[in-house]
Design a protein around this ligand. Structure first.
Ligand SMILES: Nc1ncnc2c1ncn2[C@@H]1O[C@H](COP(=O)(O)OP(=O)(O)OP(=O)(O)O)[C@@H](O)[C@H]1O
Ligand SMILES: [Mg+2]
Length: 683
């Protein structure tokens, strides 16, 4: 028997030697099952139950929505702003009454849902009016017409004067039977913070205690009871300043109705006397004591049972207070006193000697945070205004610069061609023309632009397309005086004075191509070419060269004036004088052609030809037939009878040749020496 009892791990035991085999559930020793104490930390609880993710959420009285409340709201009433004097129409420059969207959707940019509670959903939203972030709490259930108590949270919150340790209230409104409360946005709740960090360092516990005691003292001094102090309703800013929030259960002791209709807060943090009575200021101190205990010891606060009573009886095992200073331990224990009359008030606690210095340091920190926040916002404000100022100052400069550029383009266009519109290359117009050329529009509307300052040989693709698409008439031949109208004759006369300007591309050495030449060559019609040349017509006394193009003092008016004088002079000539003048010009033209051709040879000698310096030397020599056989005085023995006459003539010419050779012997010698190194093609 003993043996069988001792073997507790057996699945079945035999009861009595004669009795039939009976299967009995094995008993695990009670000492194994029972814990030393029902209290444990959250970390221990997590270790025992890995799936534990914090305390159970509160049971909601109404079913929680699966979708967001916003998607369920239908706008059928105008929003009413809740004020201490009653509801008033809510107005905003961004709000449109005719728009189907709610006021929240129209005037806020909703970032995310940051929490769901028994009351409703809480959104983090940026107000479009001031670009600041807020927390907006929207009630779950539609507020019924006569259910005034639903407005309590907003009404009480707006009654509480702002305090640095209370979540700030901004406004509340009702729309489509739903209550919206806009408050200060905090980073996280103390509950979330403790779940991550578990037992907080003592320094942080003191900071939290100081902040919350000041908040509670602020409420109590207003004869108000929070009645729901717990880590879930305490919020932390990004500077770790604690703020008490969620004023849904606040009791205004001055209002008898509030006291009568007072509800219990969360049972975990409930003072024992509230079970049989009403909430008091002391019950708030108790709830605050449990909250500080939880944050300091990571205690998994029980909501009922023996553990619940154990805490209220002051039987907290010492292991929970390991590492906590005796002063803090005393503070917590005094706040958890079973007798509410023995509990210290918020005022007493704040007046404690150990508290005073901490309060002072904390207030300094809060002021520093406020100042740094103000300075940051001021700096941002200054930066924005500086940028605005810079843009205001430099915008006219940029505009002026752009105007100058445009004006320069216009002047250039007028200067080159007063009758034709100038289309600069790098302009939106040109880009448009290019894009149109790609889409085929330019093929229908193409008007060739003569003013292309790009490389003659390799114009940009856009220009090529445009030029190719344009109907290009044949270029007028040089010195074409056959045009019927006088104007054309005058233009031709002018052009003849500057032959290089109308030289066809193939005949002119690249060195002689001037900007004007390029432009004239780009002219698609003879008439426009002449018109262009008229712009460069020199005034009397000035040489008809293109140098005026580079002369800034030579304005368009000068051109006009000089052109008119030229035309007048031409019209006064008789036919004979005119013909004579044309003949002279033709001669000059031919002479220049000769120079051009020579220069073309100079610049681009064909391969295997005579070097340029030798050609230059031979250019001055008289062009005589070089028959070196004549140098020999003796007649050839092989000569026939037919050549007798020829020989006689040669003999006559021989002295002349000798004379020539004698006079030019020096040049010929150097030329012969030079020929030894060349191919002699030229010779
Ligand atoms: N001002 C705020 N800043 C940041 N988060 C907030 C703010 N207000 C509420 N929250 C988040 O929303 C959650 C629910 O908010 P709140 O406690 O006010 O709702 P509730 O309906 O009253 O819930 P409960 O009745 O359970 O307290 C909070 O736990 C918190 O996480
Ligand atoms: Mg809450």
């Amino acid at each position: 028997m003993d043996e069988s009892l001792g073997n507790s791990s057996m699945d079945s035991i035999e009861v009595g030697p004669t009795s039939p085999r009976v299967l009995v559930t094995p008993r695990i020793p009670a000492a194994v099952m029972m814990r030393e104490t029902p209290l444990s930390t959250k970390r221990e609880r997590q270790a025992m139950t890995p799936r534990y993710r914090g305390p159970m959420p509160k049971i909601f009285k109404s079913q929680q929505p699966q979708r967001s409340i916003l998607s369920m709201t239908r706008k059928d009433t105008t929003p009413q702003l809740l004020t201490p004097h009653g509801p008033q129409p809510l107005e905003s420059p961004l709000y449109d009454h005719k728009n189907a969207q709610s006021f929240l959707e129209q005037t806020f940019k909703i970032d995310e849902i940051i929490g769901r509670g028994s009351f409703g959903e809480v959104f983090a939203a940026r107000c479009l009016e001031d670009s600041r972030l807020y927390a907006v709490k929207v009630s779950i259930a539609p507020i019924r017409q006569h259910s005034i108590s639903k407005y309590r949270e907003a009404e009480l919150h707006m009654l509480i004067p702002p305090h640095k340790n209370l979540v700030r209230f901004y406004r509340a409104w009702v729309e489509t039977d739903r209550l919206y409360i806009q408050t200060e946005l905090c980073e996280q709740s103390l509950q979330q913070y403790c779940l991550i960090k578990h037992a907080l360092p003592e320094k942080e516990i003191w900071n939290i205690s100081v902040d919350l005691l000041q908040a509670v003292h602020h409420l109590h001094s207003l004869d108000m009871i929070h009645d729901d102090i717990k880590p879930d309703n305490i919020f932390l800013t990004r500077h770790k300043i604690c703020k008490l929030g969620d004023f849904g259960l606040v009791i205004n002791l001055k209002n008898p109705n509030d006291v009568k209709s007072a509800e219990e807060g969360d049972s975990k943090y409930l003072a024992p006397e509230v079970l049989n009575g009403r909430p008091t200021k002391a019950s708030d101190i108790f709830s605050l004591g449990v909250t500080i205990l939880e944050a300091a010891t990571d205690l998994d606060v029980p909501s009922s049972g023996d553990a619940w009573h154990q805490i209220r009886n002051g039987q907290i095992p010492p292991r929970f207070f390991v590492g906590i200073s005796p002063i803090l331990q005393d503070l917590i224990k005094s706040m958890l006193d079973k007798d509410p009359l023995k509990r210290p008030t918020s005022q007493t606690l704040l007046a404690h000697a150990s508290m005073k210095r901490k309060i002072f340091m904390r207030s300094l920190y809060v002021k520093w945070v406020d100042t740094s926040d103000s300075l940051t916002s001021l700096f941002k404000w200054i930066l924005v205004w500086c940028m605005a100022f810079v843009s205001v100052v430099f915008r006219p400069v940029a505009w002026f610069h752009e105007e100058i550029q445009n004006r320069r383009s216009e002047i250039c266009a007028q200067f080159l061609n007063p009758h034709q519109q100038h289309t600069p290359i790098h302009t939106p117009e040109n880009s448009k023309a290019y894009s149109e050329s790609l889409t085929g529009v330019a093929l229908r509307q193409a008007v060739p632009s003569p003013f292309d300052f790009s490389d003659d040989e390799n114009p940009p693709h856009s220009q090529r397309r445009l030029f190719q698409s344009a109907p290009v008439p044949p270029f007028p031949s040089r010195l074409n005086f056959d045009d019927d109208d006088d104007e054309d004759e005058e233009q031709a006369t002018c052009s003849s004075s500057n032959s290089s300007a109308i030289e066809p591309i193939g005949d002119v050495s690249p060195r002689f191509r001037r900007p004007v030449t390029s432009m004239v060559q780009r002219e698609s019609t003879p008439k426009s070419a002449r018109r262009l040349l008229s712009a460069y017509r020199p005034s009397p006394g000035l040489s008809p060269t293109t140098s005026n193009f580079h002369n800034p003092s030579f304005s368009h008016q000068d051109h006009q004036a000089s052109g008119d004088g030229f035309n007048n002079n031409m019209s006064m000539l008789t036919d004979q004088e005119r013909t004579e003048k044309y003949r002279r010009m033709q001669q000059t033209e031919q002479h220049r052609d000769w120079i051009d051709r020579a220069n073309v040879v100079d610049e681009a000698p064909p391969p295997m030809s005579c070097p340029p310096r030798i050609r230059r030397g031979t250019r001055d020599l008289p062009r005589l037939p070089l028959n070196f056989n004549l140098l020999d005085d003796e007649p050839s023995k092989k000569e026939g009878g037919d050549d007798v006459e020829q020989k006689r003539e040669d003999k006559k010419a021989a002295p002349e040749m000798r004379r020539f050779l004698r006079s030019n012997s020096k040049q010929l010698r150097s030329r012969t020496i030079s020929f030894q190194g060349s191919s002699g093609d030229e010779c």
